[in-house]
Design a protein around this ligand. Structure first.
Ligand SMILES: [Zn+2]
Length: 81
């Protein structure tokens, strides 16, 4: 069985190094040093703001078209029963 945990860890470390190299916004603390927690957060969520363009699609606009279709299908199947 293929285990991709190592691969995920590798990608995480790669992006972490890239954030340091690019001097990414929001990874420094008040003293100007790189904060480990903020750096880790910057890997997962690159944007520091939470406006409608940078936020998660489902949080702002609700479920997407495929999910709406799937939910309708489930409801119609429940009604048949
Ligand atoms: Zn934004």
């Amino acid at each position: 069985m293929h285990n991709d945990r190592g691969e995920n860890r590798q990608q995480f470390l790669r992006i972490k190094q890239r954030r340091i190299k690019q001097n990414h916004c929001g990874i420094h603390d008040q003293n100007g040093k790189i904060d480990g927690r903020r750096l880790g957060r910057a890997v997962v969520t690159a944007k520091t703001c939470s406006c409608w363009m940078c936020n998660r699609h489902r949080k702002v606009f609700g479920p997407n078209m495929n999910e709406i279709r799937r939910l309708d299908k489930c409801e119609s199947q429940i009604k048949e029963i």
